[in-house]
Design a protein around this ligand. Structure first.
Ligand SMILES: *[C@@H]1O[C@H](CO)[C@@H](O)[C@H](O)[C@H]1NC(C)=O
Ligand SMILES: *[C@@H]1O[C@H](CO)[C@@H](O)[C@H](O)[C@H]1NC(C)=O
Ligand SMILES: *[C@@H]1O[C@H](CO)[C@@H](O)[C@H](O)[C@H]1NC(C)=O
Length: 269
């Protein structure tokens, strides 16, 4: 979920920094020369019931713990909490399969997000307020265009158990699956003739945040399903495993020019 920067600036410091952590970039390759991205170049399943993977994932917002039964545990215990982890590496076209149990709580958002250096973004988000709805969205090149967000009603209660959230991504299509059922296919042609189609090396973030924090813009709180009552927490999301498949096989991805197009990305073997 990308928040408008103008609105963000008006929110309080802590929350703003949380939201910025999700939607900012150290170096935007569309704006200058940036270092190459470390490539995953492989396929691996991270089993979080075995503990954290400190070498390949970093904690972007503090607070994730690990449990041998539940896997990675992301708990919102108080206002401002938003535990989030992110891969250290990128994948350039690929597939992720996350087995996740959605957090309860009004306004609480369980989130799987991919983000690239130039702010291409792919979202797969779930609501504490609506246990039967999955939300999908994209942003291209950091452009704030909210027309790509979709909600999908499913028969399962996503808060009752772990479900399989798989996203498949090629130059030709982006597809979101829930428990093996295809929810959505987005084609480049659906996204400003490909200009806004996510197409650059991605890091995956997994985290939970309170879209219902009353300090956030009203539109965000409404989208999230209402104001969060932090006294009724903790609100906890669980992730048992995350498989990442990089369709590329190199060591690094180099940004060849400032276009932000997939054709400009060079894979270093
Ligand atoms: C590009 O750099 C300028 C100057 O530092 C900055 O104001 C602008 O926001 C940057 N644009 C992007 C897309 O990062
Ligand atoms: C991954 O993240 C950890 C924790 O922030 C850091 O110590 C490590 O250097 C990173 N590794 C790579 C390859 O970037
Ligand atoms: C999860 O869903 C994906 C997409 O349908 C499927 O390929 C995969 O086999 C599923 N994983 C499990 C463990 O069933």
């Amino acid at each position: 979920m990308m928040l408008p920067k103008v609105q963000l600036a008006t929110t309080l410091g802590l929350l703003a920094s949380v939201a910025f952590a999700q939607t900012s970039t150290k170096c935007n390759p569309r704006n200058g020369t940036c270092p190459p991205d470390a490539a995953f170049g492989t396929d691996y399943t991270f089993d979080f019931s075995q503990g954290p993977s400190a070498r390949l994932w970093e904690e972007t917002v503090f607070g994730t713990t690990y449990d041998t039964q539940m896997g990675a545990v992301f708990a919102i215990k108080k206002q401002g909490d938003a535990p989030t982890i992110r891969t250290n590496f990128t994948f350039f076209f690929g597939r992720t399969e996350v087995h996740l149990k959605v957090a309860t709580g009004q306004g609480i958002i369980s989130s799987i997000m991919w983000l690239s250096d130039d702010l291409d973004e792919v979202d797969y988000e779930f609501f504490g307020s609506h246990p039967n709805i999955a939300s999908t969205n994209i942003f291209g090149k950091g452009i704030l265009d909210y027309t790509f967000g979709k909600q999908h009603t499913v028969s399962a209660n996503l808060q009752d158990d772990y479900h399989n959230y798989t996203t498949m991504w090629t130059a030709d299509a982006l597809q979101w699956y829930l428990d093996g059922v295809l929810l959505r296919t987005l084609l480049p042609g659906d996204a400003a003739n490909g200009f806004k189609y996510p197409q650059t090396p991605m890091r995956m973030s997994i985290g939970v945040w309170a879209g219902g924090d009353p300090r956030l813009p009203k539109g965000t709180v409404t989208w999230a399903g209402g104001v969060t009552d932090f006294s009724k927490g903790p609100y906890t999301m669980y992730v048992r495993s995350a498989q990442v498949t990089d369709f590329g096989s190199g060591k690094e991805y180099i940004w060849g020019d400032r276009s932000g197009s997939w054709q400009s990305i060079k894979s270093v073997p």
